[in-house]
Design a protein around this ligand. Structure first.
Ligand SMILES: Nc1ncnc2c1ncn2[C@@H]1O[C@H](COP(=O)(O)OP(=O)(O)OP(=O)(O)O)[C@@H](O)[C@H]1O
Ligand SMILES: [Mg+2]
Length: 322
């Protein structure tokens, strides 16, 4: 049995609370947000058997930057027109901006697992979702995007695909509009909704290295139209147009059980990462989330907010003396 299932089942039995189904009105709110680890587990048991659970930089990452193929004239994006804006980044929300630490290691581990999956089949566009709200989709999407952007100058496009409760702009400390909703409704072009961080002395050395590689599309304001917009063929067009310019495209999304937006967006993505929150996500909720996305290529689960951090910094208890 994979670790995600063990962890979820353990949480389920420990809580001994009245079991409630995953009704959108009926989900539990998580408690306080401790600085915690994020671990990767997998839906595919074969993958679990092949790969180590925790990665460090010492683990060889089978990564080679993909060749950048420019699209034919007409579909071309002029990325030099992307506006640079001030971003107010906080390490509390973005632990992957740190030089080292448990969270950095866990996102590096997640990144390694994604590289391994890409060796098995083509993978560039990854949707991040979960069963219910507040399980950590936006936290995982943003930190994963930064973790990828700090690796060998990979170019990363991060899209806030949750047009109802868009929050990635808050995590990055920037404007939310124009955004994806404006593009999907035809009010703005792809380049017009993209933004980058203005160079700043206030970010860490890691930020100075990673941020120039990160392009962001905020949520915009989908309002009541979010469901219709998420089904628009323009989303697939956006990904196709952007793909040649980026090594990775990470799409945050809304939870799959209350609303169908994420299922719509997943149709245009290469794979889906599901997030489960340790001690919060109930086992049947994780199962139902997985089954809602059965038409998609589910890459696995990220077990988020694990309080017990695996030993960091060494193998077999042998730590570096830094
Ligand atoms: N691993 C973590 N460590 C600390 N705080 C976390 C962690 N994961 C999530 N949080 C915090 O929990 C809250 C909910 O996380 P987040 O917004 O990422 O969830 P979500 O699944 O995107 O929610 P929604 O469905 O409402 O969009 C946020 O305040 C976030 O900072
Ligand atoms: Mg969110």
């Amino acid at each position: 049995m994979s670790r995600i299932y063990e962890a979820l089942q353990k949480a389920e039995s420990e809580r001994k609370l009245e079991r409630r189904d995953a009704d959108p009105q009926d989900y539990e709110q998580p408690g306080s947000s401790e600085p915690v680890a994020t671990a990767v587990a997998e839906a595919e048991y074969e993958v679990a058997a092949r790969a180590p659970f925790v990665g460090t930089e010492a683990v060889a990452e089978p990564y080679a930057p993909q060749p950048v193929v420019r699209p034919a004239a007409g579909g071309r994006l002029d990325l030099s027109k992307i506006v640079a804006r001030p971003w107010a980044l906080s390490v509390a929300k973005l632990p992957s901006l740190q030089e080292r630490g448990g969270a950095v290691e866990q996102f590096r581990s997640l990144r390694s697992r994604i590289f391994e999956l890409r060796d098995i089949s083509p993978l560039k566009t990854i949707l991040v979702s979960s069963g219910l709200p507040q399980e950590g989709k936006s936290f995982v999407s943003t930190n994963l995007a930064l973790s990828l952007a700090r690796h060998k100058n990979s170019k990363v496009l991060l899209i806030d695909g949750d047009m109802r409760r868009y929050t990635l702009h808050q995590i990055l400390g920037c404007e939310s509009q124009p955004g994806l909703a404006d593009y999907l409704s035809g009010k703005a072009s792809a380049v017009e909704v993209m933004q980058r961080a203005e160079p700043s002395e206030d970010v860490s050395a890691v930020g100075k290295h990673a941020l120039p590689n990160l392009t962001f599309i905020a949520g915009g304001n989908g309002g009541d139209k979010a469901a219709d917009l998420s089904g628009s063929p323009r989303f697939g067009e956006l990904l196709r147009q952007a793909a040649p310019y980026f090594d990775w495209i990470i799409v945050d999304s809304s939870p799959v059980l209350p609303v169908s937006d994420a299922v719509n967006l997943a149709r245009s993505c290469d794979g889906v990462l599901l997030v489960a929150r340790a001690g919060i996500t109930k086992f049947p909720v994780a199962q139902r989330a997985q089954s809602e996305l059965k038409a998609a290529n589910i890459l696995g689960f990220v077990l988020n907010a694990v309080e017990e951090t695996p030993q960091v910094g060494g193998y077999y208890g042998y730590d570096s003396n830094k």
